[in-house]
Each structure stands twice: as C-alpha cells, then as structure tokens.
Design a binder for this molecule. Structure first.
Ligand code: G6P
Ligand code: MG
Length: 219
C-alpha cells in the first residue's frame, strides 16, 4: 500500500513545462540561431537549468564560454519568470486540487519532487503551497533527474521507504529517476513517450486512489 505520493511540478501540477519550452525556444531563436522542436523539448523535461542549456548547445553544435552560458541561463530564467508571474490558481491542471484532497483524506502523505528553483514561488502563486507535507526543489538537491536524489530526499523527509511511494511525472527523466529510487510511477502524458511508466494517464482528472492502488500494488 502506498504511504506517500510524490508529485513533480512542471507539467503535472501546472502547465509550466510549456513555459520552460517557450523560454528555451526564445533563447535558441534569438541568441543561438536555431530552433528547437517540441520533440527535442521532451529530452529537457525534468532536467536542471544548466544541464538543459548544455543539451541545447550540443543539439545546435554551439560552443560558449562559461560566462556567456551563465548569462544565457539567467536570461532564459528572466523570460520564464515573466511567464510564471501571470499565473493564478485557475492555472492548476484539471483534477489536481481534487486529487490532492482525496490523497490527504486517505491518509497518504504528499511531497513535491521538482528540480526547479522556481517551485515555491509557483506554488504560492497558484495557492497550494500548504497542500504539501514536504517540498524538495532545485535548491535542496545537487543532482537533477534522472538521478533519484530528489525523490529519495522526499521519501526521507516524509519518513517512508521508497517502495511505499508513488511518483507522478510528465518527464522521461523523471520516470527514470523514480524507478532508480525504487518507486512506482504514474506517467502524466502520452504512453508513446512515457514508455517506462507503470501507468500512464492524460491528467489527474477523476483519478480514484483505490483504482490506482489496484493497478500499481495488486500483484
Ligand atoms: C523542472 C523542469 C525543467 C527545468 C527544471 C529547472 O525539472 O521540468 O524543464 O529546466 O525544472 O527549473 P528552473 O525553474 O530551476 O530553471
Ligand atoms: Mg515535469
């Protein structure tokens, strides 16, 4: 039986995965001289800011010195911050608030496991900061996904073992991180992309905990 649910933020609770893509795409277009596709963007999901820039540069065969990389990562974050500033509680993805409520009522602990350094301001903006028993974000970890650190720290903070955790993730790197941590996974998105997830759903709308328990913990 699950004792804790660990939620990724970008692309699971809010549609900020799209804002990350928009901001990186703008940087590629305006500063690097190439475009990045939505398909390539899948490989950036769940990956830290600096590692994302490295992957984009490698993708476009561009080499930059450390100072310029720093400046570009900051510029991307400035553009991203502008986008998240407009967010309101209505931007919480369908079914998320209801599912968090059901989770709480079922006595299952709730954690956030995100590589983002913007997690807390986003949760504040959308008004659900208090829904979490623990928040592990980009300021508390040294290794991004697919390293399991973020989820292992979440389990530890909640006082549960990995086998009792279920991770909700929209990123390929995030599903890998959860499995490396020894946890069950619910992919949020497309089965064709999240091929390694134990279960894949389009979103959390109308999700029943009993139903999920059956499909993840029955055998
Ligand atoms: C999440 C997102 C990534 C993002 C990373 C760092 O994992 O899925 O797209 O690059 O956080 O976010 P930050 O807000 O710190 O730049
Ligand atoms: Mg995500």
């Amino acid at each position: 039986q699950p004792k804790a649910f660990l939620f990724d933020l970008d692309g699971v609770i809010v549609d900020t995965a799209h804002f990350h893509y928009q901001a990186w795409r703008r940087l590629a277009n305006e500063k690097l001289g190439f475009d990045i596709s939505e398909e390539f963007n899948e490989s950036l999901k769940g990956v830290s800011r600096t590692e994302s820039l490295e992957r984009i540069l490698a993708h476009g065969n561009v080499t930059l010195d450390a100072a310029t990389k720093d400046a570009y990562a900051t510029l991307k974050n400035d553009w991203y911050t502008e986008l998240i500033h407009k967010m309101v509680p209505d931007d919480i993805l369908p079914g998320v608030s209801e599912f968090l409520e059901k989770t709480r009522l079922a006595g299952i602990k709730i954690g956030l496991g995100s590589v983002s350094k913007n997690a807390i301001p986003i949760l504040e903006r959308i008004g659900i900061l208090n829904a979490f028993d623990t928040i592990i974000d980009g300021t508390k970890i040294t290794k991004g996904k697919p390293d399991p650190e973020v989820f292992l720290k979440g389990a530890e903070a909640l006082g549960v073992v990995p086998e009792e955790c279920v991770v909700f993730e929209d990123a390929v790197a995030g599903i890998e991180a959860a499995h490396r941590a020894g946890m069950k996974t619910v992919g949020i998105g497309l089965p064709s992309i999240l091929t390694k997830a134990d279960v894949v759903l389009a979103n959390l709308n109308n999700l029943q905990i009993a139903e999920l328990q059956n499909s993840l913990f029955s055998e």
